[in-house]
Ligand binder design. Structure first.
Ligand code: HPA
Length: 233
């Protein structure tokens, strides 16, 4: 089974016949869309919830990834809206995330909580699958290297000083979800690729106030990414 994990602006998978299904996990219930017919090997997980949008710091990441595990998912592509800090990935572009820095706090971000659940320290030298990266680049060689993703806690956007700090420690893009999600995907042994699409320059970069790209552009990026995921998975 393969999964597409969608974020802000990617809440459904158009053109894919699927059935809304509730999965019970030890961490809570999760709504997913399981593909039917020729798409029966595909599941779509809207990370912010299927109807009401959960803010990034309140997403039940462990329930989400646990649900994918229960469905037998072995590969997942996550789609992440980001702000651009460097020129690596400019607003309106789609790229492949290379690495991340976790700047979140207070989130439940491991399955290995000790006791019966055990203690494990999952290596993160290669957080992302090189195989998935090769496959997606073969399909679309125009995807850029999106660089390093800094994961802020949110839900507020960053201050210009926080963005300067992120830039100084090596970040190219900023978002609020990837680090928590990818750590859990790795713990669940699900091979992962992260597609980032930029919707703004981050605070203090090239502008006085954060301005987002228009919704029509966002929808066409979203279509391109979901089609690409479908072909590659
Ligand atoms: N900051 C954090 N998360 C984001 C941004 C941003 O500027 N844009 C899209 N997601």
């Amino acid at each position: 089974m393969k999964a597409i994990i969608g974020g802000t602006g990617v809440d459904t998978l158009e053109g894919i016949q699927s059935k809304r299904t509730t999965i019970e996990t030890p961490y809570g219930e999760v709504e997913v869309f399981v593909g039917e017919g020729k798409d029966s090997n595909l599941v779509f997980l809207p990370r912010h919830g299927s109807e009401h949008s959960l803010p990034p710091h309140l997403i039940n990441y462990r329930a989400n990834i646990s649900a994918l595990s229960q469905l037998g998912v072995t590969e997942a592509i996550g789609i992440y809206a980001v702000g651009s800090i460097t020129e690596c990935l400019q607003p309106g572009a789609i790229g492949i995330v290379k690495d991340f820095i976790d700047l979140t706090n207070g989130r439940e971000q491991t399955f290995f909580t000790g006791g019966e659940k055990g203690v494990q320290h999952i290596p993160m030298d290669e957080a992302f699958s090189t195989d998935l990266k090769e496959r997606i680049l073969k399909e679309d060689p125009s995807l850029v290297d999106a660089g390093v993703y800094a994961c802020s806690n949110g839900p507020r956007l960053e201050t210009p000083a926080e963005i300067r700090y992120m830039k100084a420690i090596g970040a190219d893009i900023v978002g609020m979800t990837l680090a928590t999600e990818v750590a859990l995907l790795r713990e669940a042994s699900i091979s992962t690729l992260a597609l980032a699409y930029s919707i703004n320059w981050a605070a203090g970069i090239k502008q006085g106030e954060v301005a987002f790209i228009d919704n029509t552009t966002i929808s066409s990026l979203k279509d391109r990414m979901t089609k690409l995921c479908r072909t590659v998975l």
